[in-house]
Design a protein around this ligand. Structure first.
Ligand code: NAP
Ligand code: MG
Length: 402
């Protein structure tokens, strides 16, 4: 059988530890036998990031802007212990943070559902997609401890030098204070990414914030979403038969819990951080979650939502067999290949990606799974296998389909 050709390269970003091992195995067993893989390779593994003073991360992000689609392996965000372990020149920043800052986008996270792994919320029969704003708020804040007797004020200096001084608090006791910000253009990109994704997936979308309490800050998010929707998306949504609604975040939460799923929940940065972990774990496993960063000018970066699975990697280094779940990393590849195929009008590549996803999920539903799923699956006949045997079982099904 002739391999599927690719006209445009995918930006491939390799990573660290257990996921780096899985990365190579996924390519060897599930992609290269079927696709004439065309990638521009960037090694974001920590040793090479250190060697290039992290320039490789910036180059990879620029390449995504050039080609439009990238696929990223999980990477270590170094802390003090990693600086020692890898003898680093410095404590490099999070590659995800660097890439997000360059692409300016929104992260969409959707649970991958299978028979036998039931959501903890029984009404959730379809996935709930979290759309997380990836800029600002407490992630770019300035904060401090404050001594009793102090006064905190917010000072805004205009371009002409005039100052607006707003009282925050007069402290009778010791306390804390924080200043944070966001920008209209970042909120606008967030809104556009959300609405484009809704149109792409034909799913309705809701956005929740706390505008009743935060009458300027959160209210600005609500207003920007409404303005962008009314001006640019209302007609397209009507045509697609989907809706956009804003709810107070409390109302949004109760709607989510009582829903059937099958929609997008747009969240401010912090809400999205916390709620995506809640939704992922309620759907079964961190490794059963797809994740894609969508930029407002139409660039896509696919990744796994979990980390490098360090605990398993140390076992692997000791020569022990590990049963690490590769689904999120496989879905990063299939998401990227399908998007590449879609943009290039390469239907064969799109079809291949769908077949690989189906073969992966069929394998789990046939009872062959990794340890994390074995613990929670309600299937009667189930077998726990190593990562490698799991990938080989998927390969067998894929071969049968092709
Ligand atoms: P982690 O790699 O997500 O793993 C935490 C635990 O979750 C694992 O020990 C394992 O539990 C379970 N787990 C996660 N993924 C799994 C999978 N595919 N299959 C089976 N079990 C899985 O998080 P971490 O250990 O806190 O972080 C490790 C490194 O990853 C850190 O250096 C961090 O900087 C980095 N990180 C990177 C990203 C990214 O690049 N997107 C995201 C988060 C963290 P058991 O041990 O119970 O089996
Ligand atoms: Mg989190």
């Amino acid at each position: 059988m002739a391999k599927i050709r690719m006209t445009t390269p995918l930006v491939e970003m390799d990573g660290d530890e257990m996921t780096r091992i899985l990365w190579q195995q996924i390519k060897d067993y599930l992609i290269i036998p079927f696709v004439d893989l065309n990638t521009e390779y960037y090694d974001l593994g920590l040793p090479y990031r250190d060697e290039t003073d992290d320039k490789v991360t910036v180059e990879a992000a620029e390449a995504i802007k050039k080609y439009g689609v990238g696929v990223k392996c999980a990477t270590i965000t170094p802390n003090a212990a990693r600086v020692e372990e890898y003898n680093l020149k410095q404590m490099w920043k999070s590659p995800n943070g660097t890439i997000r800052a360059i692409l300016d986008g929104t992260v969409f996270r959707a649970p991958v559902t299978v028979k036998g792994v039931d959501p903890l919320v029984p009404t959730w029969t379809q996935p709930i997609v979290i759309a997380r704003h990836a800029y600002g708020d407490i992630y770019k804040c300035t904060e401090t401890k404050v001594e009793a007797g102090s006064k905190a004020e917010l000072v805004i200096t205009a371009p002409d030098g005039t100052q607006k001084v707003l009282p925050v608090h007069t402290y009778k006791a010791d306390g804390i204070a924080m200043g944070m910000h966001n920008m209209d253009n970042s909120i606008e990109s967030f809104a556009r990414s959300c609405f484009n994704y809704a149109l792409d997936t034909k799913m309705s979308i809701m956005f929740g914030a706390k505008d009743t309490i935060s009458k300027v800050y959160d209210h600005r998010f609500k207003d920007v979403f409404n303005e962008v929707f009314e001006k640019e998306y209302k007609a397209k949504f009507e045509e697609a038969g989907i809706s956009y609604d804003y709810y107070l975040i409390d109302d949004a939460v109760q709607r989510v819990m009582k829903s059937k799923g099958g929609f997008i929940w747009a969240c401010k940065n912090y809400d999205g951080d916390v709620m995506s972990d809640m939704v992922a774990s309620a759907f079964g496993s961190l490794a059963m979650m797809s994740s894609v960063l969508v930029s407002p000018d139409g660039n896509y970066e696919f990744e796994a939502a979990h980390g490098t699975v360090t605990r398993h990697y140390y076992k692997y280094l000791k020569g022990e067999e590990t049963s690490t779940n590769p689904i999120a990393t496989i879905f990063a590849w299939t998401g990227a290949l399908a998007k590449r195929g879609e943009l290039d009008g390469n239907q064969e590549l799109v079809d291949f990606a769908k077949k690989l996803e189906k073969a992966s999920l069929d394998t789990i539903e046939a009872g062959v799974m990794t340890g994390d799923l074995y613990l929670v699956s309600t299937l009667e006949n189930k077998t726990k296998v190593s990562s490698k045997d799991f990938l080989l079982a998927i390969q067998e099904r894929l071969n049968a389909q092709i």
